[in-house]
Ligand binder design. Sequence first.
Ligand code: PMP
Length: 455
Amino acid sequence: MQNVLDLIGATPLVAVTRFDTGPCRLFLKLESHNPSGSIKDRPARAMIEAAEAVGRLQPGGTIVEATAGNTGLGLAFVGARKGYRTMLVVPDKMAREKILHARAMGAEIVVTRSDVGKGHPDYYQDLAQAIADKTPGALYINQFENPANPLAHERATGPEILRQMDGKVDAVVVGVGSGGTLTGIGRFMKRNSPQTKMVLADPLGSVLAPYVRDGVMIDAGSWAVEGIGEDFIPPNADLSLLSAAYSVTDQESFAAARELLAKEGIFGGSSSGTLLAAALRYCRAQSVPKRVVSLVCDSGAKYLSKVFNDAFLAQEGWHGAARTGTVRDLVANPLASGLAIAVRPDDNLRTAFSRMRTADVSQLPVVEGERLVGLVDESDILAALTQAPGDARVFASPVRDVMVTRLETISADAPIRDLLPLFRKDFVAIVMDGDAFLGLVTRIDLINHFRIAMQ
Ligand code: PMP
């Protein structure tokens, strides 16, 4: 290839062989193989080139978009390669990995609230429109209404699927973010393979699947899966193309993505989990053999800290342990012991500091074998450093010299309200299971506990 942009599309299609697909065969199209890593490279290039073709985007121009991630990455990638400035307005629930990736490609990121709806000036789409209006030479891409978005899938993704399936496709299972994938593939199939049914995979909480199934607009809830599900019906989403719609919980989506990697070796993100879960339900519900296609929309590498992180799943209450109403429910990751992130008394302060930094925590238990002997936190390290300014030996000194050894502990079986007086004077509660150290609980764990209880 002479140009990396020509690597967009022509993605591989792989058979799923290690799941129960009922009487059906299931195939996944790996859109994660696009150069910036997702299904959105195709429409990103198409929308930019459509604007160039009509002179809406001139050399030195600015691309502005409201995006929860992959569209922004695609635009930043194509924009950088073609020499445009890219500004992305992102809601604050977006994965950090995607923001870092977009910034690294030169995009400017404007983070906005994710708790306001359409019509509010801070809503990401309204804000993107406002930024484009006041920036000379700027174009608001607006993937939700831009006809080049579905057209990219109608011209390329759809035909690729039909060719790769030797012309025999009974159903395609898709998610809807902007609706580009659904409308593009759906329109192509309607003309070229009219027996092919389009099936929606939607996160529970999104308004789309209930609208398709029952024709009613529900109040949108919230969901953790990124890139699909909506609180409105995007103009680019032609829902009349759909024959069926499934709502999938976050927990089921995450589990499906993990199983896809563990069983098939296919590394997809959270929305790919939603699509797989819905595709499996569809396949198992059939009474005659069918050939079904779904998509791996992006790579799991973007979601390592969520989908593939046991501690995150435990914090969401998805680890399978029964709720007890006691402090035990809060220990960050009951799957791993509290010994997982700890130091020994003979470890030096440099080790303690790098473990805190890597695990993003402010304090560490100090353990000897299974026994808890102390606690070291940021203020202990800082005090040692300021007592001997500039002395590099401080980092080499042992944790034993600075750790706190007078420890107040709480039993894992204590009721949760017993944490409140502890948190009034200390930042951290040391949780014991009898004589064994179980883990640390901080205020953020308690806040998270209240959040989960309200869901
Ligand atoms: N999966 C992911 C991870 C996405 O980022 C997107 C795009 N928002 C989609 C699926 C859905 O694509 P579309 O915008 O074409 O509906």
